[in-house]
Design a protein around this ligand. Sequence first.
Ligand SMILES: [Zn+2]
Length: 773
Amino acid sequence: MRGTPKLSVLFLCAFLIIVTVEGLTMSNGDEVVIENKYYRMAIDSASGKIKSFTRNGEEFIYSPEEQRELFKIRLRDESGIQMDLSSNSAESIKVESEKLNDKTMINMEFSKLQGLPLSVTVQVICPTEDALTYWRFKVINETGKWLEHIDFSVVVPDELPAKGGDALLFWPGSEGTIVEDVNLREKFWFKWQPIEHPAMGWIGLYPGPAQMQFMAYYTPRAGLYFSAHDPYGNPKGIEFHPHSGGGIYLDFRLFTGPVCEREFELPYDMVLGTFEGDWHDAGEIYRKWWEGADLYKPPKLKHNPNIPEWYFESPIVVMYPIKGTRDLGVEMTPNPEYYPYTNALPIIQKLSEQLESPILVLLMHWEGSAPWAPPYVWPPYGDFEDFCKFRDELHKSGNLLGLYASGVAYTIKSNTDPSYDMSKEFEEKRVIQYVTYAPDGKPAENGVCAGPHAQRIGYDLCPSNEWVKEVVVNEIKKILGNGVDYLQFFDQNLGGACYRCYAKHHGHPPGPGRWQTEVMKDLYRRILEEISSKDSKMLIGCEANPADVFIPYLLFNDSRNYLAFAMGKPVPAYGYVYHEYVNNFMGNQNGTWFFIDEEKCPYNLLVRIAVSFVQGDMLSLNLRQGGKIAWEWSSAPWDKGPNEEEVITLVRNLNNWRRGLGKNYLVFGRMEMPLSYTGDKLIPLYTPRGDVIHVRSVFACQWRYESTTALFFVNYLPYEQKVYISPSEEVRSKIKVYNSPKSDINDYSRLTVNLNGSSEIVIPPLSAVMLEW
Ligand SMILES: [Zn+2]
């Protein structure tokens, strides 16, 4: 039940100390106002809600008159019943501000929410010379119930392009997404849902499919930055969704452990502030915090001893199924082009020649158990001797071998191969005790890819159980020593995380919390120890890029940046923040057809290849019948596909930049905001629901490496394009334009200046050019 605002009580009890120093902190009796050169923030002194947050005249709070709460709290009792409390239900609210030398502090006290013995203090630190404010939450809970989460959200105006405005929303899921229409995803199963049981999959969950902890809402005039600066990887929901009155919620749901101690202080700051610019500038605030935070980061790639040499050669990842043509259904007969395994060698050899690159073959449906039937995968399906020969021949020709698995879950019965039945072990080992549990104390039935219409009947496993960790490590030990270069063991552990669990018998607190992050880190540590003890450099990966806390362990992963088309457009924010530490790959693009009508959009795969290139990812291709290229893994792969020649040309040309003159930038570089450019056009992508998403016909990415900078313009279309730039004269005079990644270092041209002061760049079809200075 949500608390009802007791307005009269609030008004009488509101207490305010007014401090006025140099106009920084003011009050008109109803509100506390903090103002510095970066922002003006007004807090309602009766309710503590944020009434206004502005910069350069841009108001970031929708409908300031609306009666909103500052925060909400969820409690849960021993029987699993939840109770939601609003800050507005406090019996008394006190708002004070205090000016110190270099900052102002706002102290808010919310006593006895809904009359219960539960009080919350919120302290807001507002440094005078800072565009950010820092929010600290403390809960005194004498209810005897578990404190499960704190909700902290703001409602921004909806002035996105779909409403005729010029604002954009940045969301940190799918490796970075820009939203232009808040209703785009509301029309199908991808729609927003609260981050709570039983919601699973592609939701705004950090660490998980949301890999970073910041959102932004910005216009050409100013932007709002809303973030958690949490170095510990505490789970949190990070979401946006429409407000019924017309604004947009930016929600943080902060999972607390859960905890039942009397006193709980959120162990990190929530950060709300302003900036000027776009998502790069918001990303810069986050990158600066992340790099300076006291958390475990891997060395930069160049100095990371766990990286195998092949990584720096940017192999192209090629995926295909050994058996079956789809994820679901029981038609799992081996594909003669790909099985016996060695049958695929001529296809791989030909692709390697066409692409002028090593290939990392990444097999699907190869498991000796059944397709996507975790946790047991080894040995490979069928002819083991042929598998070994396939591996050896790949290695002899400079290619590589990778395998998909399915993460930390248990298959009782496979739906794709009815002969695979683990019911006996499930019963005998009482595996039910190790699965994830729902709030009602029963095994959670919402497992990933589990259910009568999914790949398997089974459960997600809770890796806080030693048995689970041992099974996972043991499975990986079986694969080690077999010459596998890459193992995507944690497919379906999106972003590298495990799933929430409310069990009371697993030794962790009953509900979502930091324990999830810690058990996964422990599991990854054990795996890396095994790998290094065998003098192996096999890399381990997950589905979607790993959230920042898992990067040290997961150094090559199946990017899901195209999922951004469900909500808007992908932007390379993950690459912006983390590229010096990890390169991922384009992934199997599974499910693109849910978001883009592939047959109606002939350039859609070219777009997705360019999206991955500017993210700094290695590129990939999915194969269908006869070694031909598919749109993606799941779209009628055996029937139709893209224009093969165009796709191969684009992938070859772009990857040659990664392997040639652009290598230092594209593999090791630090992303910068690219110079602005004009002259390209918009390419429409049609969704299956009749919406249109427009993307630029030329993409750009810019990287700093040591003391030089390179800007790549990518023309993914099959005809020549021109763009125009107007850099400062100092930059223009230094720029060297390279048209080929194989050019001699001295074989460049200089920019000329047009009558209107701009410089023209000509980009050949299905290609990129590099500007270096
Ligand atoms: Zn558990």
